[in-house]
Design a protein around this ligand. Structure first.
Ligand SMILES: Cc1cc2nc3c(=O)[nH]c(=O)nc-3n(C[C@H](O)[C@H](O)[C@H](O)COP(=O)(O)O)c2cc1C
Length: 185
């Protein structure tokens, strides 16, 4: 078995090990305004209903639009959009229309007013179902009410953040279905 020689590691940096993936783009719209932000701090919370928890910092312009509209779209980009994803996460929609600035196409969603981003692999239309942790933790619990994804490729080249400006791209797939109980697949 592999063993590791370890040193003390700053607890404030452990997010680098736990950072979930993939990095997504959250699009929102409210009162004639639309916006996009980059997000890594999300977690699946339930399958049925389909619940996803998201941390959207109170300092972000998106916080206002998502809070006001109680809706958003979680868009899953592939690796070819990585630089755009980084740039979108480093500017504010308060003073720029990020759809125009980054030449992204806003498509009408079916169930929410927030736009889908056409250039992303998958689009998840979300409605806020629980905002009780919003004020204390900037945490929103959304229900995914509609999802759009292509049949192929089955495994998109998603991007995952490693901290310190470094990303990794999803790679090799391992088929370990034989170790799974059917209900766990
Ligand atoms: C890789 C990456 C991941 C990020 N993850 C989050 C996140 O999970 N939550 C958050 O509030 N901000 C996150 N950010 C920061 C926002 O994307 C950033 O503050 C953005 O400029 C907010 O845009 P807005 O003010 O137009 O809403 C992330 C940024 C990057 C580059």
């Amino acid at each position: 078995m592999k063993s590791y020689k370890k040193r003390d590691f700053p607890v404030s940096d452990i997010r680098r090990f736990l950072e979930p993936g993939p990095i997504v783009l959250v699009s929102s719209a409210h009162k004639g305004e639309r916006n996009i932000m980059t997000m890594g701090w999300h977690t699946v919370m339930e399958f049925t209903p389909s619940l996803v928890g998201c941390m959207i910092s109170g300092g972000n312009h998106s916080f206002e639009l998502v809070s006001g509209s109680r809706e958003c779209v979680i868009n899953v980009p592939e690796a070819h959009l990585a630089a755009t994803v980084a740039k979108i996460g480093n500017c504010s929609g308060a003073d720029t229309d990020k759809f125009a600035r980054f030449k992204l196409t806003a498509l009408e969603a079916d169930e929410v007013r927030a736009p889908l981003i056409a250039e992303c692999y998958a689009n998840l239309e979300c409605k806020l179902v629980d905002g009780r942790l919003r004020d204390d933790f900037n945490f929103f619990v959304f229900e995914v009410v509609k999802a759009h994804a292509p049949a192929s490729p089955k495994y998109p080249k998603t991007i995952h953040y490693r901290g310190d400006g470094m990303f990794m791209v999803s790679g090799r797939s391992l088929n370990l279905r034989r170790h799974f109980r059917p209900g766990m697949l």
